[in-house]
Design a binder for this molecule. Structure first.
Ligand code: ATP
Ligand code: MG
Length: 187
């Protein structure tokens, strides 16, 4: 599951946990982006986003965090993420790419999207406010999964932090503590 994770929140975690169970995945690897080519807002440092993702996932033995996108120079493209993960986990490993409904809708504009569906099976998850539609890519490789609706976004979390509002119960407690301690998102 790729993302900016700026910050990671319970919408990400609920989606990952429910998809893992429904699709019988051995593990979910969270992959914080390096420089996301589509994002315009100022993104927190890769180290802050990596550490928050680690704090949020460390208690779950089936969750892991990868630095492949953070350590690769230049903008992040999913096709490179999947290529690096396949090389890391080996040919026996079957990759699935978990994407929320909003991101899935734009998938056909992603770099080498045809290669993406060769490298991984796509899993599209529901997200409040977005229609979950099959992007109609070649091959029969997409699974659509309905997950508990969590109307949380990182954008809203950043805005709340900037306004001095609590992030309690939107993000895991250690993530909220990390944001407060490091004064992230303050104007
Ligand atoms: P931002 O507001 O900064 O775009 P975000 O909340 O959309 O942040 P991302 O890091 O952009 O989070 O999302 C990573 C992945 O998680 C994407 O595939 C996105 O669709 C999915 N996702 C994010 N929030 C939810 C949610 N509440 N429910 C389901 N999927 C989600
Ligand atoms: Mg987003």
């Amino acid at each position: 599951m790729g993302g900016t994770f700026d910050p990671i929140h319970h919408g990400h975690l609920v989606a990952a946990a429910q998809v893992a169970q429904e699709c019988r995945l051995d593990e979910v690897v969270f992959v914080p982006t390096g420089r996301p080519w589509q994002k315009t807002h100022a993104v927190s440092s890769a180290d802050d986003r990596f550490l928050m993702t680690l704090l949020a996932t460390v208690s779950n033995p089936r969750f892991d965090v990868s630095r492949v996108d953070i350590d690769r120079p230049g903008p992040t493209y999913a096709v490179d993420t999947l290529t690096d993960l396949q090389a890391h986990y080996g040919p026996e490993c079957e990759l699935h790419f978990i994407t929320g409904a909003d991101a899935l809708a734009s998938l056909s504009s992603w770099k080498d999207h045809r290669r993406i569906v060769e490298l991984a099976r796509l899993i599209g998850v529901t997200r409040p406010g977005h229609d979950l539609v099959d992007p109609g890519l070649p091959g029969d490789t997409i699974t659509l999964v309905e997950v508990t609706a969590m109307a949380i976004s990182s954008t809203e979390c950043r805005r709340r932090a900037a306004d001095g509002l609590t992030l309690d119960y939107l993000v895991p407690a250690p993530v909220a503590a990390y944001i407060a301690k490091n004064r992230l998102y303050l104007r």
